[in-house]
Ligand binder design. Structure first.
Ligand SMILES: C[C@H](O)[C@@H](O)[C@@H](O)[C@H](O)C(=O)O
Ligand SMILES: [Mg+2]
Length: 443
C-alpha cells in the first residue's frame, strides 16, 4: 500500500512538473575572443570568435532550461533576432503540451507559414530553431532528473520516433521502419573521441608539435589537421603529424569547403601518402553530387569523405546518403533542428550503414553532441568501428557541467539536462558588446 502510494505521489509530482509553463524566453549574444590566438582557424574561417546565441527558458515552477546555437562572432546578433521572432511560439506553452506532440511543436517552429520563408529549415532561422529546441530538450531532461542521453535511452521507441518530423524523408525512412531500428538498451561505456586541438590552420609548426606531443602523452590516438590554404604547407604539416603519431594512429584532414570538385580530388590525392581516413568538407556543403564525385575518385586511395557541420537539414543528409556522397556523417547539435532532427539523421545513417562521427568543438558543441552519440551507440548503431566523436579543448570551463574526457573517451554525463548551461559570470563577462571582455576591445 505504502509502495503504491509512493508510486502514485511520484507520478503526480512528475505530472505536475511536466505541467510547468514556460513563462519567459531570454536570448543573449555571448562571444569569446578565440581569434586572438587563432584557435578554431581553418582555410575558410581564418579568425573565428567562438560564440553562441544563448537561450534561457524560465518556467512558473522555477525550473529553467538552457540552450544554445554556435556561431563565429559577427552576425550572432542576427541569430538572436531570429530566436526572438520564435519566442512567441514557445512562451505560454507548458512542457507537457510540447512533448506530448513534439513532432507538431517542431513543425510549428519550422513551418510557421510566414517565417518559413526565411528558411525553410536552413540558415539563420534554423540555427535559431536549434537554440530554442535545445533549451526545450534541456528543460525536459532536467524535469525528469536525467542527463539528456538517458532520457532518450529510457524513452519508449514509439515516443522517441514521435519527436521526429518525417516530412520529406519517408522515401528512405518511415516511422514504422524507424521503430524497428531502435535497439534495446546496451551497457554504456566511454565513447571514443578524436582531437582537433593540435592543428588549427593558424598554429605555427612549433605549437603544432608541442600540442601533438602533449596529446599523445594524454592518450589521444586520432588527430585531425586543417588543410586547404596552401598545398606545400599541408604536405609539411601532415608529414610532421604523421611522423609524430606513427603509422598506426588515425589522421583526418579538414578543408572547410575550400575547393572546387576537381581541385579537391587532385589536392587530396597529393596528401594520400599520409593516409588520412577522411577528407572533411572538401567543397561546398550544398554540392551533393560534387561530394559523390570526390568520394568516388578518392575511394581507391582509401580516403573517405566526411561532411555535415554545415549540412542544412535532414533532407540534405538524406540525399548525401542516397548518392553515396559521404562515408562519414557528421551531425551537429546546433546546426540541425536540435535532437528531433538529429534523431532522423542518426536513423537514416544507420539504414545506409554509414558511421556517424559528430562535429563538435566550437563553444558547447562537445557538451551537447556527446548525448546524441551515446544514444546512437546504445540504441541505434551498437557499433564503434570507424566511429568517434570530435573533441576540441576550448571553453569547457565556462559550462556548469563540462564534458569529462578520460583517456581520449567521452565519459557519459551524469547531471540532469543537455549540458548547455553556462556560468552566469561567463555570460555576463562575454556578452557582446557590453560584457567586460568586449568593452575595452577594439573589434
Ligand atoms: C571555424 C571552426 O573552428 C571550424 O574550423 C571547425 O568547426 C571545424 O570545421 C571542425 O571540424 O572542428
Ligand atoms: Mg570541420
Amino acid at each position: 500500500m505504502i509502495k503504491l502510494l509512493t508510486v502514485f505521489c511520484h507520478r503526480k509530482n512528475f505530472r505536475d512538473k511536466m505541467l510547468h509553463k514556460i513563462i519567459n524566453l531570454t536570448v543573449r549574444d555571448v562571444r569569446f575572443p578565440t581569434s586572438l590566438d587563432q584557435h578554431g582557424s581553418d582555410a575558410m574561417h581564418t579568425d573565428p570568435d567562438y560564440s553562441a546565441a544563448y537561450v534561457v527558458l524560465d518556467t512558473d515552477s522555477g525550473l529553467t532550461g538552457f540552450g544554445l546555437t554556435f556561431t563565429l562572432g559577427k552576425g550572432t546578433e542576427i541569430v538572436v533576432c531570429a530566436v526572438e521572432a520564435l519566442a512567441r511560439l514557445v512562451v505560454g506553452k507548458c512542457l507537457q503540451e510540447i512533448v506530448s506532440d513534439f513532432r507538431g511543436f517542431y513543425r510549428l517552429l519550422t513551418s510557421d507559414s510566414q517565417m518559413r520563408w526565411l528558411g525553410p529549415e536552413k540558415g539563420v532561422i534554423h540555427l535559431a530553431t536549434a537554440a530554442v529546441l535545445n533549451a526545450v530538450w534541456d528543460l525536459w531532461a532536467r524535469t525528469e532528473g536525467k542527463p539528456l542521453w538517458k532520457l532518450l535511452v529510457d524513452m519508449e521507441p514509439k515516443q522517441l520516433v514521435s519527436c521526429i518530423d518525417f516530412r520529406y524523408i519517408t522515401d528512405v525512412l518511415t516511422e514504422e521502419e524507424a521503430l524497428g531500428q531502435i535497439k534495446d538498451q546496451m551497457q554504456k561505456e566511454g565513447y571514443p573521441a578524436y582531437t582537433t586541438s593540435c592543428a588549427w590552420l593558424g598554429y605555427p609548426d612549433e605549437q603544432l608539435k608541442q600540442l601533438c606531443t602533449d596529446a599523445l602523452k594524454s592518450g589521444w590516438t586520432r588527430f585531425k589537421v586543417k588543410v586547404g590554404a596552401d598545398l606545400e604547407d599541408d604536405v609539411r604539416r601532415c608529414r610532421i603529424i604523421r611522423q609524430m603519431i606513427g603509422p598506426d594512429n588515425t589522421l583526418m584532414i579538414d578543408a572547410n569547403q575550400r575547393w572546387d570538385v576537381a581541385e579537391a580530388i587532385s589536392w587530396v590525392s597529393k596528401l594520400a601518402e599520409f593516409r588520412p581516413l577522411w577528407i572533411e568538407e572538401p567543397t561546398s556543403p550544398d554540392d551533393i553530387l560534387g561530394h559523390a564525385a570526390i568520394s568516388k575518385a578518392l575511394a581507391p586511395l582509401g580516403i573517405g569523405v566526411a561532411t555535415g557541420e554545415q549540412c542544412q537539414n535532414r533532407v540534405m543528409f538524406k540525399q548525401f546518403l542516397q548518392a553515396s556522397a559521404l562515408q562519414f556523417v557528421q551531425i551537429d547539435s546546433c546546426r540541425l533542428g536540435s535532437v528531433n532532427e538529429n534523431l532522423a539523421v542518426l536513423l537514416m545513417a544507420h539504414k545506409f550503414n554509414v558511421p556517424v562521427c559528430p562535429h563538435a568543438g566550437g563553444v558547447g558543441l562537445c557538451e551537447l553532441v556527446q548525448h546524441l552519440i551515446l544514444f546512437d551507440y546504445i540504441c541505434v548503431s551498437a557499433d564503434l568501428r570507424n566511429r568517434m566523436c570530435e573533441y576540441v579543448d576550448h571553453l569547457h570551463e565556462h559550462f556548469t557541467c563540462p564534458v569529462v574526457i578520460q583517456d581520449a573517451h567521452y565519459m557519459p554525463p551524469k547531471d540532469p539536462g543537455y549540458s548547455c548551461e553556462m556560468l552566469e559570470s561567463t555570460v555576463q563577462r562575454h556578452q557582446y558588446p557590453e560584457g567586460n571582455v568586449w568593452k575595452n576591445m577594439k573589434k
